[in-house]
Write a protein that binds this ligand. Structure first.
Ligand SMILES: [Zn+2]
Length: 321
């Protein structure tokens, strides 16, 4: 795994950052290139419709069209799309769309295809809502802005992170220590192809225009879940009963054999302790579908998903891998 660090500004640990996590203060000449290589790795596989079933659990649903696309309709007019080991969501209202997260830089062609697969055009995206500014979630933002004028909004605390006034990202050393694991190695090779060539600044990052439900398709309600990053946000879609949890609560990750609601391995998060505490704000939501940043959609009461993640965290299965 190749990486370059120009340390003229001195990468330093921020107070409260956990092992495996660092914060880099922005220096125009000094940022971190975690990965090298670029390319279109946009492999997404089968348009499927959500299948809530009767038992809580994670499942992708049934393919209904376009097997080369990985689009799942998890609730009416709410689509989960699988990019390169990361998900984004499309919320449709007529032809208007809200997009939640945007995959890797190399997922941009797949992002456009997924929008067209549900009968819309990229220019129909009214706004992107960002859960957090890690590279696997911000890849399409600059493209959508430059090509279609699409704005992006996020928690006010995440704005400086997205603009790369600082960077909260897993340390390359933390990954290199684990690179001997086949799962980590295979995942690393995939994300290299996903085009994470350099860190991405999002200069047009803006905070939410106001508190409460946003005037966008789905009437999404931001839910602060600070911990994975300092300004991480989930998005609650009350009419659909869906919550997009980003990396605050996932159901799987390629580096882990665990399937089901869980926190990411602690070295991916800025504060593992705050990540556990942030589950409180999710547990109260009246949602029956969880769409995570990583892993399959999960069907069942959100409180049950949170309880399962808490159990795993408490037993260290979810955070000490
Ligand atoms: Zn993340």
């Amino acid at each position: 795994m190749d990486h370059q660090i120009d340390a003229t500004d001195g990468p330093h640990r921020s107070p409260g950052a956990d092992d495996g996590q660092w914060t880099v203060r922005q220096n125009p000449k000094a940022l971190v290139t975690l990965w090298c290589s670029a390319g279109d790795a946009g492999t997404i596989g089968g348009l499927v419709r959500g299948d809530r079933g009767t038992r809580p659990g994670a499942r992708p649903g049934r393919p209904v069209a376009g097997r080369e696309l990985g689009v799942h309709e998890v609730a009416k007019n709410v689509f989960c799309v699988r990019g390169t080991d990361v998900n984004w969501l499309l919320v449709r209202e007529g032809r208007d769309l809200t997009l939640i997260d945007s995959g890797w830089l190399g997922d941009v062609p797949a992002l456009e295809r997924s929008i067209r697969a549900i009968g819309c055009r990229p220019g129909d995206v009214c706004a992107v809502l960002l859960t957090h500014a890690h590279l696997d979630h911000v890849g399409g933002l600059n493209h959508l802005r430059e090509r279609y004028g699409v704005p992006v909004h996020m928690d006010p605390r995440e704005v400086p992170h997205a603009r790369r006034e600082y960077l909260e990202q897993v340390r390359p050393a933390a990954l290199l220590q684990r690179a001997w694991r086949p799962r980590v190695l295979a995942w690393s090779l995939r994300i290299l192809r996903a085009g994470a060539t350099r860190d991405l600044a999002i200069p047009h990052a803006e905070p939410f225009p106001h508190d409460g439900p946003l005037d966008l398709p789905g009437r999404p309600v931001p839910v602060a879940c600070h911990g994975h990053t300092s300004g991480h946000s989930a998005y609650y879609l009350p009419d659909a009963g869906v919550v997009a949890t980003g990396d605050a609560l996932v159901t799987g990750h390629p580096t882990s054999p665990v399937v089901g609601p869980q926190l990411l391995p602690c070295y991916f998060s800025h504060s593992a302790r705050d990540s556990v505490a942030a589950l409180d704000s999710l547990a109260e939501l009246d949602a029956g579908v969880l769409v995570p940043g990583h892993g399959d959609p999960w069907y069942g009461p959100l409180s049950s998903a949170v309880a399962e993640a808490r159990r795993r965290a408490a037993s260290s299965e979810g955070t000490r891998r």
